[in-house]
Design a protein around this ligand. Structure first.
Ligand SMILES: Nc1ncnc2c1ncn2[C@@H]1O[C@H](COP(=O)(O)OP(=O)(O)OP(=O)(O)O)[C@@H](O)[C@H]1O
Length: 319
């Protein structure tokens, strides 16, 4: 088994990449692993594609935030011999929140990751880009697309950066006209929020669909139509806390495998932190899965299936 560390030195705090390599050295012998730094957008995907192309068992450690993880996932999707994890060095690391606060912290334990089990995770195909966590297309997407401006400010951390970006985007206007088709729901009009969850968290900690399971073959979608600023302020806390069922007058929900949406002007869409802009989108459950590995003592599902049960199922049923 080869272990490949793909490190985004721009994610997280200064010097964290250097310190990470010291920790890697303490757990892996020199011939066992390779490490490479990314220099910019697309590098993590290219490095991962090169590692996967050999067709030999490989574990890919995306060391960075959700953007770095997304690139590595796109390279490893549908490849039975490859598995991916995320060593958290970003500001959000939202996908890992599905493992709970303590579980998320365990992903810094390289020894636990090295020997950890893996499970097949569903993927969303959004106009050709794969995502494993959350895709959004309303004011939530515009907040995520602009959040980097606030992350650069001194003493502004992950969640605070999202709050500042939210305030700025709400001031510019919450809704945009859009046509949305999801299952039996056909909607044409102002859209405030459209989110599709495979994972559970986005935006630095929003959890709109707490029952979302990354491996259940279902995409959980919420659509918030026309809403004014005052009502948005009243509802946003409930939306963020996953209480969408309490607001049927405002939030339409669909649990299925596809959604299409379009508009006369380009829509900002964010796939695990990666920004796309187009007038028309088709988002569907991908035929591909990705193997995700994690420390043995944590999982996203608290009961029923255990991690070990899933390991065998993944390679047999991996799509
Ligand atoms: N060496 C580099 N210098 C500058 N930017 C880079 C470098 N390598 C990769 N990047 C870019 O950094 C961006 C942000 O990475 P990533 O999302 O992993 O971190 P983050 O934004 O801190 O974390 P999160 O998304 O979890 O909040 C990626 O879109 C990638 O294109």
């Amino acid at each position: 088994m080869r272990h490949i560390f793909i490190i985004n030195p721009s994610a997280g705090r200064k010097n964290s990449a250097h310190k990470l390599l010291e920790r890697v050295d303490a757990v892996f012998s020199p011939g066992e692993y390779e490490a490479a730094y990314t220099a910019g957008e697309g590098d993590a995907r290219a490095l991962a594609e090169r590692a996967v192309a050999l067709g030999e068992p490989v574990r890919l450690y995306a060391c960075g935030g959700d953007g770095t993880l997304n690139e590595v996932v796109n390279a490893a999707a549908g490849r039975d011999w490859a598995a991916v994890t995320n060593v958290p060095m970003g500001t959000g690391n939202d996908f890992l929140r599905v493992f709970g606060p303590e579980g998320r912290g365990r992903f810094t334990d390289l020894a636990a990751l090295r020997d950890g089990p893996q499970a097949g995770v569903d993927l969303m195909d959004c106009n050709g880009l794969l995502g494993l966590d959350v895709v959004c297309a309303g004011v939530d997407a515009r907040v995520a697309a602009e959040v980097h401006r606030f992350k650069r400010l001194p003493v502004v951390g992950g969640s605070l950066a999202y709050i500042l970006s939210l305030v700025a985007e709400v001031a510019k206007g919450i809704t945009r006209p859009m046509t949305v088709d999801m299952g039996p729901i056909h909607y044409s009009g102002p859209v405030a929020i459209l989110c599709v969850c495979n994972g559970r968290y986005y935006g630095g900690g929003f959890c709109p669909v707490p029952e979302a399971q990354p491996d259940d073959g279902v995409l959980d979608m919420l659509l918030v139509g026309d809403i004014g600023r005052l009502a948005f302020g009243r509802y946003v806390g409930r939306y963020a806390a996953g209480r969408y069922r309490e607001c049927p007058e405002l939030i339409q929900a669909w649990h299925g495998d596809a959604v299409t949406f379009s508009a006369g002007e380009k829509i900002t869409v964010v796939v695990d932190g990666e920004v796309l802009r187009d007038t028309s989108f088709t988002l569907r459950l991908s035929e591909k899965k990705v193997n995700f590995f994690y420390p043995r003592d944590v999982f996203w599902r608290e009961s029923s299936q255990t991690a070990n049960n899933l390991v065998g199922a993944v390679s047999e049923n991996g799509r």
